[in-house]
Design a binder for this molecule. Structure first.
Ligand code: IMP
Length: 498
């Protein structure tokens, strides 16, 4: 007989609704703060706080350096995936840490290149302006789409058609965007090459980017004003990986594992705490109180909860292990709060896998999570690392699980460990730029918090009142018994029977 059988079904986030509290001037949408701790830190360093309660999942099809830069600028974080070589992951972290708002590391071309070769690069990258540099990276000039006609100049060299450096205003060793903007305005040009004192090209600054980059009031930066970089690790090659990531000054590490209640995770946490005590580590995933205590004791500074609920996840089907995310959060948050009372140490909880919509994020926060990790949500966006494709006139992006055959190919080659898959691959509908998606999502979360009469996530944890809803109640809560323009014929017929 099993040690214990629980007869009460575990619950998903979709099964809860919030009851309103008193909304006041202090809890209007514009007054609400979504700032939360990313990890527990004795120093309360500001880089260990997020300004929005969202991080993107450590997945090949979700979190590369572009997502890392844009999410950190928006107040969240992307967890750079570890199912790649140590070198390429470290390069992504380096790209985030070296990023300077508005300072673009451009694609370069050489003077001897033919216009037709450069045109191919233009087609592949979508860029229309290229800096020209010699073999020593010394700046030679600029070439843009106005400098040639492909039907006339395809056999010319870049050097023959470029505007050479003598006719171009450049900035030398300029570090801030205001100064670059001043030179651009004075020169009446749209692009400014920034060189070092030896004439080597460092960056380009585009006038069109300046407004976009000067204001990011929510951005998360370290003590040197560089963007926050968060990277995942596994429990196999962690020694070499953490050492390389630490060299590139990663800020926070996340152990990527479907089951964190393991001796391997304990060893990994203890090794990092001993060798790199300055880097906080997020452990997970766990779904029980004992799993929480286990990870915190081993040194985790935040804990990811959830098993089996991800949109690409088939762990429950394959292994029969897992739990509804709402029940997981309720159970683990209770233990987290108890731990806080005992020690004064507040361990943030991350709701991961099973957050299917914005209202799920809000319910997860109300139940006790501090922020949500999502894959599908971010995979749909311009900033995810995949290419858009068109299927049946719809713009889509590929999305695959880290436990799918596609992602595991990488691991298999190295560790020959994987005997079955725990994830699938598919497509998600393209949803545009991160910035626009976040604006809508965050406004919805704040709007729910306003209805509940709370000013921040801490108050949400203390005051939220939630109720389980029935399947019929969920049906009632959707638009019903009316015809809508985009309804299928089948649905219209069905609805019209009452
Ligand atoms: P989503 O936001 O519902 O798409 O779920 C993303 C989460 O699913 C990730 O953060 C991981 O915790 C989890 N996950 C990623 N890949 C796999 C997989 O292949 N199998 C099971 N779970 C996965």
């Amino acid at each position: 007989m099993a040690k214990k059988i629980i007869y009460e079904a575990s619950r998903t986030l979709m099964e809860f609704r919030l009851l309103p509290g008193l909304t006041t001037n202090e809890t209007t949408v514009s007054e609400i703060s979504l700032r939360i701790p990313l990890v527990y830190s004795e120093k309360s360093d500001s880089k260990y706080y997020l300004n929005i309660p969202l991080v993107s999942a450590a997945m090949q099809s979700v979190s590369g350096s572009k997502m890392g830069i844009e999410l950190a600028k928006s107040g969240g974080a992307a967890v750079i995936f570890c199912s790649q070589t140590v070198d390429s992951q470290a390069e992504m972290v380096k790209t985030i840490k070296r990023y300077k708002a508005g300072f673009v590391k451009p694609k370069i071309v050489q003077p001897q290149m033919l216009i037709k070769e450069m045109f191919q690069i233009r087609k592949n990258t979508g860029y229309s302006t290229f800096p020209v540099v010699d073999d020593n990276f010394i700046f030679a000039g600029l070439i843009s789409k106005n400098d040639y006609d492909i039907s006339l100049h395809s056999e010319c060299t870049v050097a023959e058609r470029m505007i050479s450096k003598e006719s171009i205003d450049v900035g030398v060793n300029i570090q801030n965007l205001k100064e670059a903007n001043r030179i651009l305005l004075e020169s009446h040009k749209s692009v400014l090459p920034i060189l070092d004192e030896n004439g080597k090209l460092l960056y380009l600054v585009f006038r069109k980017d300046i407004n976009d980059h000067t204001e990011n009031p929510l951005e998360i930066v370290d003590e040197k004003k560089r963007l926050l970089a968060v990277a995942s690790i596994n429990t196999i090659d962690y020694k070499s990986r953490v050492s390389a990531l630490a060299k590139d000054e990663v800020d926070v590490l996340v152990i990527d594992s479907s089951d964190g209640h393991t001796i391997y995770q304990k060893e990994t946490l203890e090794w990092i705490t001993k060798n790199f005590p300055e880097i906080p580590v997020i452990g997970g995933n766990i779904i029980t109180k004992s799993g929480f205590r286990f990870l915190v004791k081993a040194g985790a500074k935040a804990v990811k909860v959830g098993m089996g609920g991800g949109s690409i996840c088939i762990t429950q089907e394959q292994k029969g292990t897992g739990r509804g995310l709402a029940t997981t959060i309720i159970d683990v948050a209770e233990e987290r709060d108890k731990y806080y009372e005992e020690t004064g140490i507040y361990i943030p909880l991350i709701a991961d896998g099973g957050v299917t919509s914005t209202k799920d994020i809000t319910i997860a926060l109300a139940l006790g999570a501090d922020f949500a990790m999502m894959g599908r949500y971010f995979a749909r966006m311009e900033e995810s690392p995949t290419e858009k494709i068109v299927v049946n006139n719809r713009v889509m992006k590929p999305y695959w699980g880290e436990g799918s055959a596609r992602a595991r190919e990488w691991k298999n080659k190295r560790y020959n460990q994987v005997k079955f898959v725990e994830g699938v691959e598919g497509l998600v509908e393209y949803s545009g730029r991160l910035k626009d998606n976040l604006e809508e999502t965050l406004t919805k979360i704040k709007s729910s918090m306003s209805t509940c009469g709370v000013r921040n996530i801490q108050e949400f944890h203390e005051k939220a009142v939630l109720e389980l809803v029935s399947a019929l109640s969920i049906r009632e809560g959707k638009a019903h018994d009316i015809y809508q323009a985009n309804d299928t014929e089948e649905k219209q017929n069905f609805e019209s029977t009452n």
